[in-house]
Design a binder for this molecule. Sequence first.
Ligand SMILES: C[S@@+](CC[C@H](N)C(=O)[O-])C[C@H]1O[C@@H](n2cnc3c(N)ncnc32)[C@H](O)[C@@H]1O
Length: 210
Amino acid sequence: MRLRTDQFAAKKLAARPERVVILDPKANVSLMPHATHPKVAVELGCGKGGFITQLAPKHPNVHYFAFEKFETILVKALHKYDRNPVPNVTFVSGDATMIDALLPVKSVDAFYLNFSDPWPKARHEKRRLTTPERLKKYHHLLKDDGIIHLKTDNRSLFFYSLVTLQKSGFEIIQWTKDLAGSGWENTLTEFEIRYGKDFPIHALKARKKG
Ligand SMILES: C[S@@+](CC[C@H](N)C(=O)[O-])C[C@H]1O[C@@H](n2cnc3c(N)ncnc32)[C@H](O)[C@@H]1O
């Protein structure tokens, strides 16, 4: 996902406080006041926003928080959103790993991890979004029976996540090594449209236990 840096990206995001929350690690921020509904879903690493801008209009009774750490990319998502604006989306500009400071315990119905960076080298394991430490945060934030949806073209990240999820209080309720042939309902992301034909897409749904 190579993009020319938009030097005005920060300004463009700051000009949209009704739609974009800009994270400041030094300030206390709560996302809940932005939610239009008590049902909440979170996408970690939304990229150019194709997934969330398709899903949100179909589920007006869910509020979607879409995190993206690169401002230039988030501006693209915001442009996409503006073509079909709906009230139930908030973009969050910043590092999604801060999420536990932003939402109350047991407030999230679902997390979506779509083509998260795989960080294949063992020495970079801590950067993955599905380390046991990070799954513990998502577990706290999920409501009872809350779900993590994950899809990836990276086999290693998939099997790594299958293991860490089960060790972190989640039960795998469905998984597939071939999302396209699985018959599952699927909302395509930009990454998936671009690279999904080159590699089989692995996907899983994991439910929070106890
Ligand atoms: C491979 S792209 C996939 C984007 C999108 N989900 C898709 O499927 O088209 C991964 C995205 O996650 C973002 N990302 C990775 N780690 C993040 C983090 N800790 N917080 C917020 N965004 C993150 C990256 O900047 C990038 O845009």
